[in-house]
Design a protein around this ligand. Structure first.
Ligand SMILES: C[S@@+](CC[C@H](N)C(=O)[O-])C[C@H]1O[C@@H](n2cnc3c(N)ncnc32)[C@H](O)[C@@H]1O
Length: 287
């Protein structure tokens, strides 16, 4: 288990925006039906991050992540729901705090919905408990992959499982690929969202080849033209609800111009499971 990774230094970066927009869209979709949903966050982090803890202005990751969307005007319902969430934690009108995935989910949960978050670092789990205090949600300080066995299948029979590991260890993908098939077998109807970085193309293609053998998986990517560091953010989603990729297309469309200045040219690629159709590309290049 690798615990060196501190999300504080990356909180609110473009990968967080990508992941949390998709999470928002998924939970909004599940909330369209009155029956309760379940949310499991296996690598939950601290839940709320004070962005002043990041490097000095000009070098902070949120400046090319949550900041542009926080200040943008949009009439897209998914973007607006996410902006509403950012505003809720930043009533001063300045982006000072960034809500992590457990708080994104908690903010969208109705009284009957149920949240479980696991975080293996005790002080981070304690911080998360504190940040979730005024919401309902159970926090467990334990291994997230074990939690998949412990909490699935949920009694609600529908829900989202976010698996967002730090990938600091070379064995992370092995842990993931060992735990996922068992989870899919226990709860085949669950919507599993697995985040992975775009750093090394060989790693990504190897991981994806193996993920594809496990079930109907869609890939949602936010790619940049950066040559160093985090080049893109990848999400592998098992059981993406019907029509959700279509609902997300205008979101990505609206983000292209928003991020051209801070991130450079960005491209969004959505690949649905082969039995459902071919890849959809939305491309934006700036001179
Ligand atoms: C990328 S951060 C999580 C960010 C969070 N999901 C979000 O979107 O706001 C990864 C977190 O996983 C924790 N972690 C690492 N390995 C873990 C494991 N095996 N089980 C549970 N938590 C783990 C780390 O301490 C870190 O806080």
């Amino acid at each position: 288990m690798n615990v060196n990774y501190a999300h504080l230094f990356h909180a609110g970066n473009f990968a967080d925006v990508h992941k949390h927009l998709v999470l928002t869209a998924l939970l909004m979709r599940l909330s369209e039906k009155p029956s309760p949903w379940f949310y499991l966050d296996t690598h939950a982090g601290e839940g709320l991050y004070t962005l002043a803890g990041q490097p000095p202005p000009g070098r902070s990751e949120f400046e090319s992540g949550a900041e542009p969307i926080f200040h943008a005007s949009s009439d897209n319902p998914i973007v607006r729901a996410y902006q509403f969430l950012l505003n809720r934690f930043n009533p001063e009108g300045r982006l000072i705090r960034y809500p992590g995935s457990p708080l994104v989910a908690a903010s969208l949960a109705r009284p009957t919905d149920r949240l479980v978050a696991t975080e293996c670092v005790p002080e981070r789990a304690r911080a998360l408990r504190k940040h979730l205090e005024s919401w309902s949600g159970d926090v467990h300080c334990r291994d997230g992959y074990e939690a998949l066995g412990a909490f699935l299948p949920p009694r609600e029979q529908r829900g989202v499982i976010l698996i967002d590991p730090p990938y600091e260890s070379t064995r992370e993908a092995e842990h993931l690929l060992r735990a996922l098939p068992r989870s899919l077998a226990r709860f085949p109807r669950g919507i599993y969202v697995v985040w992975h970085p775009w750093v090394n193309p060989a790693f990504v293609s190897g991981l994806r080849r193996r993920l594809k053998t496990l079930g109907p998986v869609s890939f949602l990517d936010w790619q940049t033209t950066r040559r160093q560091g985090l080049r893109g953010s990848g999400l592998a989603v098992f059981n993406l609800p019907y029509g959700l990729a279509t609902s997300l297309k205008p979101v990505w469309e609206s983000l292209k111009d928003m991020y051209a200045t801070t991130l450079g040219p960005v491209e969004f690629v959505q690949t649905e499971p082969t039995r459902m159709g071919a890849a959809t590309r939305i491309r934006k290049t700036v001179p």
